[in-house]
Design a binder for this molecule. Structure first.
Ligand code: NAD
Ligand code: UDX
Length: 465
């Protein structure tokens, strides 16, 4: 079957960039991205491509090239579904905040809603592709809904999890390590798999397009994120030991990373991993293991999240202890609020937890981030902190200029590894701070020798103080 029309439900961090890439590489396919969120769709359609809702290097150019040609953003969900042969589901699957599995399981209400809507609208056969990250065996539930509420239409379900990382989404999509497609091993299932393989084959070498059964594909996505997060928690666990023993975590990471079996990537000690995926997906894996009675498996993976929480708390406590055991009424400047560089996404950013901890100690927090706006910072904190909005606004100030953010500060905390931070005039920043002036580098970004030579009392995660 040759696909010429695709619909993607969910115009978020995954749906937007992945569909823009497909549209660019496949000019013969009409790609429609639908979302219930009108503001988001309006932003995707903003005549100035710099105002699209997601910041990713290279994304505005991609959208500028394809939007209106064969890429469309609309709130007309039903029409989008009706007019497409293949429907990607790319909606959010957050951790449940209520009921059974609260705080652990993935909330599948948005997925189920999509399945019901597809079943209701579809008048001809469709291929439904799970792009969202889902618990293993979700395809079974989707198939059930589609088969039992539909109108005799045939649906084939595929799992095609997305492995892009934010900040490098366009490059990751352009040149993926692999594309994973899971499907049923029936003749129709195989036909559907081939149809999706043919789309990716427009730019991805065939030997990097991996096909598996549905359950392997669904579980591989959770596993990949669990492995990646585990590497961060492992090096972070050792960062604490480094601080006590005089070893330097960067040197240790370099030494072990040169072992080709370990490899050098994802060994950067930090204030803790953030982002909308790692914690959610590991908790989901833990929940699934528990639901099968695999308690040791569950405990093993849960430790990755426990370690990450410990790392964030430890970073905040270190600031308090170093500042003579009190931060009350002191100005602590956060450079960086996004969960990593080159994105405007602050979901689950370590900065939020650290700021919350310091606010409970009555600190005043100043924030500068090159891409995260003031409204977002306040709403992130409001969500976590029980302080009244007016009180929060008195204790938290968000700046447009990093030098102003650091003026008269007692300490600076580097929360995100934005490249521009390295090139600041640190002498000027130092001169305008309270003395002694402290830097807590949560990203191992700055040169310790240079900072100490200026006069800063400098500490970084994983090096002896
Ligand atoms: P997101 O919150 O940015 O976007 C999801 C969008 O879906 C929202 O705009 C929401 O309004 C829309 N939506 C929800 N229900 C809808 C419905 N019934 N009809 C129409 N629109 C609906 O989420 P995201 O970051 O793009 O993540 C989507 C999925 O991809 C999640 O399962 C996530 O785990 C997975 N994933 C995310 C990343 C990432 O880097 N963010 C990477 C790989 C996989
Ligand atoms: C992750 C996966 O990498 C990606 O494959 C998946 O599709 C979605 O989840 P993302 O969360 O966007 O991507 O970013 P990632 O680069 O994985 O970073 C996650 C967090 O770990 C960030 O807070 C980052 O700063 C932190 N991290 C990463 C470290 O602290 N040290 C490292 O060595 C690597």
């Amino acid at each position: 079957m040759k696909i010429t029309s695709i619909c993607c439900i969910g115009a978020g961090y995954v749906g937007g960039p992945t569909m823009a890439m497909i549209a660019q590489k496949c000019p013969h396919i009409k790609v429609t991205v639908v979302d219930l969120n009108e503001d988001r769709i309006n932003a995707w359609n903003d005549p100035d491509v710099n105002n699209i809702p997601i910041y990713e290097p290279g994304l505005s150019a991609l959208v500028a090239e394809t939007r209106g040609r064969n890429l469309f953003f609309t709130t007309e969900v039903e029409k989008g579904i009706d007019e497409s042969q293949m429907i990607f589901i790319s909606v959010n699957t957050p951790t449940k905040t209520y009921g059974l599995g609260k705080g652990m399981a993935a909330d599948l209400k948005y997925i189920e809603l999509c399945a019901r809507q597809i079943a209701m609208v579809a008048k001809d056969d469709k291929i439904v592709v799970e792009k969202s990250t889902l618990p293993v065996r979700t395809a079974e539930a989707i198939q059930n809904i589609l088969d039992n509420t539909g109108n005799g239409v045939q649906f084939q379900i595929l799992s095609n999890p997305e492995f892009l990382a934010e900040g490098t989404a366009v490059e990751d999509l352009h040149n993926p390590d692999r594309v994973l497609i899971g499907g049923n091993p029936t003749p129709r299932g195989t036909q559907a798999i081939n149809a999706l393989v043919e789309i990716y084959a427009n730019w991805v070498p065939k030997d990097r397009i991996l096909t598996t059964n549905l359950w392997s594909s669904e579980l591989s996505k959770l596993t990949a994120n669990a492995y990646l997060a585990q590497r961060v928690s492992s090096i972070n666990a050792l960062s604490e030991l480094c601080e006590r023993t005089g070893a330097d975590v960067n040197e240790v990471a370099r030494a072990i990373g040169m072992d080709s079996r370990i490899g050098p990537k994802f060994l950067k000690a930090s204030v803790g991993f953030g982002g909308s995926c790692f914690q959610k997906d590991i908790l989901n894996l833990v929940y699934i293991a528990k639901s099968y009675g695999l308690n040791e498996v569950a405990d093993y993976w849960e430790q990755v999240v426990i370690m990450n929480d410990h790392q964030k708390r430890r970073f905040a406590n270190n600031i308090i202890q170093t500042l003579y055991n009190t931060v009350a009424d002191k100005k602590i400047t956060f450079l960086g609020w996004a969960f990593k560089k080159d994105t405007n996404d602050s979901r689950e950013s370590a900065a939020i937890n650290v700021a919350d901890h310091l606010l409970h100690e009555k600190a005043n927090i100043a924030v500068f981030d090159p891409k995260v706006r003031s409204k977002q910072v306040i709403s992130d904190l409001q969500y976590l902190n029980e302080m009244e909005l007016s009180e929060l606004e008195k204790s938290v100030a968000v700046f447009e200029d990093p030098y102003q953010a650091c003026e008269k500060a007692h300490a600076i905390a580097i929360m995100t590894e934005w490249d521009e931070f390295k090139n600041y005039d640190w002498k000027k920043i130092y001169d305008n701070m309270q003395k002694p002036a402290f830097i807590f580098d949560g990203r191992n970004l700055l040169d310790p020798e240079k900072m100490r030579a200026i006069g800063f009392i400098f500490s970084a995660v994983g090096s002896a103080r």
